[in-house]
Design a protein around this ligand. Sequence first.
Ligand SMILES: [Cu+2]
Length: 175
Amino acid sequence: MWPTSVSLFQQNKLKGFTVKIKIISSLFFFVSLLSIPTAYAGEAISVTQAWARPVILQNRPGAAYMTLKNDSDQEDRLVKASSPQAERIELHVHRHQDGVMKMEQVAYIPIAAHATTEIKPGGYHLMLFGLSKKFAVGDMVPLTLTFAHGGTVDLNVQVMKKAPMKMDHGSGMDH
Ligand SMILES: [Cu+2]
């Protein structure tokens, strides 16, 4: 009886171990699902590739990036962005001027009809001032984007160290 109960005990230990592995791998699966860029859509505007930079010092501004797609027949404009986690959000652009990269505020970010505008480092960006908390990698920052024609789009922007991988719809499958 003694050796049997020992091996039973070992089996149970092993079982517990397998269950743990299963839980951990499903957690990884869940986390990898979370890091897939989500698409958010208004009437004619959809938002993909949204991400924000980590902010380690709370008194520093944050920056958010995304790709805006306009499926309508007229040019649209991102005119306003807001977040419960920022006192104000300014729309900025980086411009080369006399060999120096300068940042300036713009009134809007245009998205041509049936086109996309990439809001990305070195170009247009959303700058978040007066943060209510630090932005740690994995955090979600809620944003509301207001468009001149396309109404508003609510989205959650994930804090990442660098831009998410592009979802490639161009190669492989035609659809
Ligand atoms: Cu800026």
